[in-house]
Design a protein around this ligand. Structure first.
Ligand SMILES: [Zn+2]
Ligand SMILES: [Zn+2]
Length: 346
């Protein structure tokens, strides 16, 4: 099946229209007519070559929402007409300890990324900036009716990336959670932690987005450029979710944790961070990391969002605005996620 898409032809080149081939619908496959594809910062890193050589042309997009238009003979969990989503992975071995434990993203043989990855059949995956995609039904999520389609798309990456550590480290009533950075990931962390019943504080470089942060569900908002913030909030938080992909002073942030508190990095800075071990042992604190979430947890997150009537804050664009949107993401000029209306690809 030949379908319209937008691809980066080479590292650092602007994205341009392309026609790509999707595989035949196999026995356990689902054909999805894509409606929306979110623009994640990872898309930009990948096509710019920041994360190493890529199998160009690359069609990015791992925040996909659409409708099932065909199913394989063995598919039982999705039907034609269902609204569904696809996130950052489209396959894994399904047999290792991690896959069997519901942590397919940590598959010991490597999860198969939604784009620029080698699928288990040897083909290269192409992502959601496209009109259609064929995906193994086990990696396709149900998108409940309660969420707007465009607002649901970013949940498949930004949503699960923040939901997973909030759940893992027990965000809920009586817990004080801080979110570092109010971007695509951070704004979801604030909404989710608030919906879970936690007391939420945003730690942002400046107070520029304070009004937004409070509207999204934060109880407090502090500027990290102000040194008194770190004195005032010392030993305050049970959990800190760091969504920033740049270098931060880890020891300063660890000092904001209560005894047994955990600082979880979901942002991925390119250079190593240093930590003074006294920042950890002085309060039995932990420094941890987390990457997206398994399929079952992603479904739980979508159901949670529908129940709490929450989605991402999005700006919907046409496909031919993608390059401009990339520039704006790099300039932090988006509140809070661009989503491509893929019907504009026709
Ligand atoms: Zn992403
Ligand atoms: Zn596995």
């Amino acid at each position: 099946m030949r379908v319209n898409a937008y691809a980066a032809p080479a590292a650092g080149q602007p994205l341009a229209p392309i026609v790509i081939e999707r595989r035949e619908v196999g026995a356990n496959d689902v054909l999805i007519e894509i409606q929306y594809a979110g623009i994640c910062h990872s898309d930009i890193h990948t096509v710019n070559g920041d994360w190493g050589p890529q199998p160009f042309p690359v069609v990015p997009g791992h925040e996909i929402v659409g409708v099932v238009t065909e199913i394989g003979a063995d598919v039982t969990r999705h039907s034609v007409g269902d609204r569904v989503g696809v996130g950052c992975m489209v396959n894994s071995c399904g047999e290792c300890t991690n896959c069997r434990g519901g942590d397919e993203q940590y598959c010991q043989k490597g999860m198969v990324g939604t784009y620029a990855a080698t699928d288990r059949d040897g083909t290269t995956t192409q992502g959601g900036y496209s009109t259609h995609v064929v995906v193994d039904a086990d990696y396709v999520l149900s998108v409940p009716d309660g969420i707007d389609g465009a607002a649901a798309a970013p949940l498949l990456c930004a949503g699960i990336t923040t939901y997973a550590p909030l759940r893992r480290w027990g965000a809920g009533p009586g817990k004080k959670v801080a979110v570092v950075g109010l971007g695509g990931l951070g704004h979801m962390a604030v909404k989710l932690a608030h919906a879970m019943g936690a007391e939420v504080t945003v730690l942002s470089q400046s107070l520029k987005k304070q009004e937004d942060g409070l509207r999204l569900g934060a109880d407090d908002y502090y500027a990290t450029s102000d040194p008194s913030t770190f004195e005032h909030l010392a030993s305050r938080f049970d959990l800190i979710i760091n969504t920033v992909s740049a270098r931060i002073d880890l020891d300063a942030y660890l000092g904001l944790l209560a005894v047994d508190g955990t600082l979880v990095n979901v942002g991925a800075p390119p250079e190593p961070l240093s930590v003074n071990v006294f920042s950890l042992i002085g309060g039995r604190r932990s420094f941890a990391g987390s990457m997206i979430g398994g399929i079952a947890l992603t479904q739980e997150m979508l159901d949670f969002c529908a129940e709490h009537e929450l989605g991402a804050e999005v700006e919907v664009i046409a496909a031919d605005q993608v390059n401009e949107a990339y520039e704006r993401v790099l300039a932090s000029d988006v509140r809070y996620r661009f989503v491509i209306d893929t019907s504009t690809l026709v």
